[in-house]
Design a protein around this ligand. Structure first.
Ligand code: UD1
Length: 419
């Protein structure tokens, strides 16, 4: 298994381009199943999760062609079977987003239950209940969600928790349902909006994406389209924190500053000077130690849970004490224990971590159990004295395109050690 070696202590300086958003690309690729002619998706990040989604579609018999570096063409007309097998779903929970499209377009779907996950229970009950309310017949059998339906029928769905992929699955299913579907308490994440825009470009009738009430007027069929995925706000935030934690000066380009409001507020609170343009953000933290910032995660537009670990890393070396509270997922503090091994002063009380900033971290081998946790360990490694070894970086490769190249471009001393 590959690992990363990071020699800490260099303030980052320079410019980096942000890739397409993983969490938009995955449901958009799944949504191509709904079209009756080929769809072309651009600005797709080159990531392991994307490869898994392509493999998943390929196993079903769907034709997938990668035309150039960032563009993927999908023709679902060659589909043979509507199955998402356990061996793929267990490596990527987001595979669940094929459930809605398969059911709506082909009337059947056998999707493995994702099972346990490093960041808590993460059930899919709301996906299943919502599809049942749309008229699907669903049984859980041998670890699989077996769903069948003739044509789904629109209805009013009230989600009792805000769920991103749940909203996406139901919105996709509703596009081909008979009549109107209303999704109340819908997730408002930019990736939900991007998926809605993609569906609209295929002929879907959707209103209200980006609000907590999405209305979908079902149509008989959807057609192919050509679409570019929006920039990744979590990758954007991660490189900004990399600049801040190293007291550096970085500019990220090809991003959407308007999707990062909650993160930018916290970076300013931490003492960063920010310059913001239409598609770029510049962060200057030179000659300053970051100040501790309290974080409380919440669904969009609140502070993203996918940025919690990175800000925890920032707080470990900040001036002062911060409370980091995780409200979206249980059990998403594994990185805190690893950061303690680098010398961080962290106390955990329920879903809050109290972090006292220390003057310096010192290198150690560390291991991560999920994607954003691994990113936070890389960030901590950028400031730790000595060479930090980050193990199990396949988690990072699931969600960060060429992380070591992009960080090296900013001046970090980072090396991938193949293993
Ligand atoms: C998505 C993102 C993930 C991000 C998360 C929260 C993708 C591919 N992944 O994950 O990166 O961390 O949103 O922003 O977009 N829940 C239920 N029942 C359900 C579904 C969810 O109780 O049927 C709960 C979950 O346990 C969790 C909360 O709802 O506590 C939010 O989870 P959800 O928004 O569904 O996360 P994902 O869509 O899996």
């Amino acid at each position: 298994m590959d690992k990363l070696h990071i020699r800490g202590g260099t303030p980052l300086e320079g410019e980096v381009r942000i890739s397409g958003a993983k969490n938009a690309a995955l449901p958009i690729l799944a949504a191509t199943l709904l079209a009756d002619s080929p769809a072309s998706v651009g600005n797709v990040p080159h990531l392991r999760d994307v490869t898994t989604m392509i493999e998943l579609l390929g196993r079903m018999g769907v034709s997938v062609t990668v035309t150039d570096k960032m563009r993927i063409e999908v023709d679902a007309s060659t589909i043979r079977e509507c199955i998402a097998p356990y061996e793929l779903v267990r490596t990527m929970r987001a595979s669940i987003v094929v459930l809605g499209p398969l059911l709506a377009r082909f009337g059947k779907a056998d999707v493995s239950l994702p099972g346990g996950c490093a960041i808590g229970a993460r059930p899919v009950n709301l996906h299943v209940d919502g599809l049942r309310a749309l008229g699907a017949d669903i049984h859980i059998e041998n670890g699989y969600i077996r769903a069948r339906a003739d044509r789904l029928v629109g209805t009013r769905l009230v989600l009792d928790t805000v769920t991103v992929t749940g909203t996406e699955n139901l919105m996709m299913a509703a596009t081909l349902a008979e009549g109107e579907t209303v999704i109340e308490n819908a997730a408002r994440e930019p990736e939900v909006v991007d998926l809605a825009n993609f569906l609209i470009s295929m002929g879907a009738k959707i209103h209200g994406a980006g609000t907590d009430r999405i209305v979908v007027e079902g149509v008989k069929k959807l057609h192919g389209t050509s679409y570019d995925v929006l920039p990744d706000r979590i990758e954007s935030g991660t490189y900004l924190v990399a600049g801040a934690i190293t007291s550096g000066h970085v500019r990220i380009k090809g991003t959407r500053p308007d999707h990062l409001d909650a993160v930018l507020v916290k970076l300013r609170d931490a003492g960063a000077t920010l310059g913001i343009g239409p598609n770029w953000i510049e962060l200057d933290m030179r000659n300053r130690r970051p100040r501790a910032v309290d974080i409380r995660t919440a669904p969009y537009p609140g502070f993203p849970t996918d940025m919690q670990a990175q800000f925890a890393a920032l707080n470990t070396i900040a001036e002062g004490t911060a409370a980091v509270t995780e409200t979206v997922f249980e059990n998403r503090f594994m990185h805190m224990l690893e950061m303690r091994r680098l010398g961080a002063d962290i106390r955990i009380e329920g879903n809050t971590a109290i972090i006292h900033g220390v003057e310096k971290l010192t290198a150690a081998p560390v291991m991560a159990t999920d994607l954003r946790a691994s990113a936070s360990l890389v960030l901590a490694g950028l400031v730790a004295e000595g060479t930090t070894e980050v193990l199990r970086i396949y988690h990072i490769d699931r969600g960060y395109e060429c992380i070591e190249e992009k960080l090296a471009q900013l001046g970090a001393h980072i090396k991938r050690i193949p293993g």
